[in-house]
Design a protein around this ligand. Sequence first.
Ligand SMILES: Cc1ncc(COP(=O)(O)O)c(C=O)c1O
Length: 347
Amino acid sequence: MKIFKIKKSKIRNIDFENLDFGSVFSDHMFSCSYVDGKWNNGMIEPYKPILIDPSARSLHYGQACFEGMKAYKDKNGKTWLFRPLENYKRISKSCERLAMPVPNKEIFIEGIRKLVELDKDWVKPGLGNSLYIRPFIFADQPSINANEANQYKFMIICTPAKLYYSGKVKVKIEKSYSRAAKGGVGYAKAAGNYAAQFYPTMLARDRGFQQIIWTDSSSHEYIEEAGTMNLFFRIDDTLITPPTSDSILDGITRKSLIEIAKNSGIKVKIRPLSVKEIVNAHSSGNLKEIFGCGTAVVVLPIAGFGHEDNYYEMKEIKNSWSATLKKKLNEIQYNISKDPFNWRVEV
Ligand SMILES: Cc1ncc(COP(=O)(O)O)c(C=O)c1O
């Protein structure tokens, strides 16, 4: 892999205390091309705009997918990735579903490692600080023929991050719009899945909600996931999360929290969960916690949810499972505790 370093880092111009998520990028980027049926080895070069033909197929037909992961710094200055192979497996599934070539595993992992190593000063120490890594693949074949392309770009860019949301998050249980349908691309991290969410989320925001809880597209009776989070519900002393399916993204944070919870003696049930059950559990006082989870948000307690014309406020509780699980996950990610699951990978 060829590496072209920047002459002078721009890091000194960055205000790391006041970051607008995803709008500042580190010094370098990785790119790799798929031409004539194979991926080349890729290269790292200074972060810069790229040239793209106006007829590039991803711009017209949405053949594009991405991943999201983070690098963390420990108190000794070492940098760590969290379960990067899971991101590789997921981008492979996304590519397959979108008729795109799967990138080579070694190139994916080495591209991330070398890029983060080069830009390691952008990974700031301290809980909550991280370098968000965005691998993405898109069709850049210049042709508006509505077929799968034969030319692609795989790139990785990095943006320093602090916590995604601050303050209380209210969610709206969606009854009209759908994020994903059976047999569709909901399980893939397809760019178009996010575009489809923006309009209903905008409407929900106008009504005072920050995010939507998506329900199944045929009956709108069963809980699926939120905008960029999987969901957990604590009813009495059981933690419940809906099973992943072809309409739910198989979140890496979700599967990690399931293992941490089980390992901590928490009863976890993976089963379908209806809106009716949630509303009833709220009325009877058995719904103790709701939280979302994902790479960007980590673990995010939900302050309340809207359904039809009603709003259901969640009571604050002491020793919440969301706080316990977040702490345990963070301690593994930041190399504060032992890593019994072997999830950390040193850069
Ligand atoms: C739709 C959706 N669901 C769930 C998640 C959580 O996945 P992960 O924990 O792998 O970040 C994400 C990504 O952040 C997402 O975009």
